[in-house]
Design a protein around this ligand. Structure first.
Ligand SMILES: [Zn+2]
Length: 152
């Protein structure tokens, strides 16, 4: 026998998971560098490419990358998108205002780093725009230490 529709309800359950996520030894070293305002990449012993954030294996040649190198704080904006919502405790909420997320090619690296970009209008944003890292005042060795990028 089928229950009448009025006996059902739709619960709204916010997703508020608290858990610890191990980032692994390379990201741990990458984040430790943030405490000294350093951006660390991995250098491949095979092809010589430098990738940021630091990671264990080179994508193109699959060699293990043992050497971490400090990379430039400046680079080029390669692409971007404008966000209008944020994810907070599992719920999508409107952002305080539009914000720009950019893919940045730091000088001397062979990868793109995702970061928030400030001080650039959509009209001025274009591939090749020179940007630099801006750090939070108090550094915790956390992803949030590298606050955003802004024009050089
Ligand atoms: Zn390689």
């Amino acid at each position: 026998m089928e229950a009448p529709a009025e006996n059902f309800f739709t619960p709204v359950v916010p997703l508020d998971f608290v858990y610890n996520y191990r980032v692994g030894p390379y990201i741990e070293r990458y984040l430790r560098g943030f405490k000294d305002k350093k951006i660390l990449g991995s250098k491949c012993p095979g092809c010589g490419k430098v990738v940021v954030p630091a990671r264990m294996y080179c994508g193109p040649c699959n060699r293990r990358m043992e050497e971490l190198v400090e990379v430039s704080q400046e680079g080029s904006l390669e692409n971007y998108t404008i966000g209008h919502v944020i994810l907070e405790k599992g719920a999508i909420k409107p952002a305080k205002g539009p914000y720009m997320l950019g893919l940045i090619n730091l000088d001397g690296t062979d990868s793109l780093l995702l970061g928030r970009v400030e001080g650039v209008s959509v009209a001025a944003a274009k591939p090749g725009l020179r940007v630099k890292a801006v750090w939070k005042e108090e550094l915790d060795g956390d992803f949030k230490d590298l606050d955003h990028f802004e024009p050089v």
